[in-house]
Design a protein around this ligand. Structure first.
Ligand code: ADP
Length: 269
């Protein structure tokens, strides 16, 4: 039946009878392969900045030991690379924590409005530095959602950060939250940028760990390659849907849905 990997176990069960056990192991093999790839990728991502740091330590111990301006420059590079490693480790820990809670469905009603405002405040300096304006477009009467407050904040943070990283200087970013009552009562949150956009062929793979359209661009902007993988896991845990809609040269809209809290209460608390 189709393509796949199957295991056949043959056991004698007496009276000249055999038991044939035929099991599909392709899913297990695929999961194993992904786990091995993930460890290899994570090690490589950590090794690269570490190698840079080691290289500069050697230079500082040797030829550059007396050269003040060079020492200053090298220490800055080392600090930047150490920062990259810290971000990567934080993202790896986030991913494993989310996976641990995968089957525990969030049950708390959460007001979205304060979270939308929080993201704007946390990223205010970066927005200003890039002359970007974040517009929050959400109804005051927005019902609360059922979710994990910190995880929703992390999703919003990752998506607005991406809009900042891959958008053009001076262009606006919109953070929209809207109520959709049919067929199910949900809230859809969208982050809309006017940036580079993403070519169609990349869209299906963007939520894979360490998948980037342009490796060096993402790295130089401080990306870990894990942001959208984290988003996908959190949205799945909330039984929501993630959608990425993009046009090269025009911009990207990333949306996710969350269930409305049953009582339809306001989102101010
Ligand atoms: P990264 O840390 O590299 O930003 P992500 O998982 O957040 O990792 O995103 C994966 C890749 O998807 C990015 O490297 C980038 O190529 C692309 N991408 C994500 N968001 C956007 C966006 N808003 N506009 C253009 N490209 C994007």
């Amino acid at each position: 039946r189709g393509e796949g990997l199957y295991r056949l176990r043959v056991t004698g069960i007496g009276n000249d009878r055999l038991l044939l056990l035929f099991s599909d192991i392709s899913a297990a093999r695929l999961a194993e392969r992904m786990r091995v790839d993930f460890v290899a990728n994570a090690s490589h991502e950590l090794r690269t900045p570490l190698a840079t740091i080691m290289g500069f330590i050697e230079t500082l111990q040797g030829p550059a030991s007396e050269d003040g301006p060079a020492r200053k420059r090298f220490l800055e590079i080392m600090a930047r690379e150490a920062g990259r490693m810290t971000r990567l480790i934080d993202d790896l820990l986030s991913l494993s924590r989310i996976e641990l809670d995968k089957y525990v469905r969030p049950t708390t009603p959460v007001g979205l409005q304060p979270l939308l405002a929080d993201v704007g405040k946390t990223l205010a300096m970066r927005l200003d530095a890039d002359q970007r304006k974040l517009t929050i477009d959400a109804d005051d009467e927005l019902p609360r959602v059922i979710g994990d407050r910190d995880q929703i904040l992390q999703v919003l943070h990752n998506l607005v950060s991406n809009a900042l990283k891959y958008g053009r200087t001076g262009t606006p970013i919109t953070l929209r939250a809207e109520r959709i009552d049919r067929p199910q009562p949900i809230i859809r949150v969208s982050v809309i940028d006017q940036g580079d956009g993403i070519a169609l062929e990349h869209l299906p793979r963007l939520t894979e760990r360490f998948y980037r359209v342009d490796n060096s661009r993402s790295r130089s902007l401080g990306g870990t390659g894990l942001g959208l993988a984290i988003v996908k896991h959190i949205v799945e845990r909330h039984r929501g849907e993630l959608g990425i809609d993009s046009q090269e040269g025009i911009g990207t809209t990333v949306s996710f849905t969350l269930p409305q809290a049953e009582n339809g209460a306001m989102s101010h608390n």
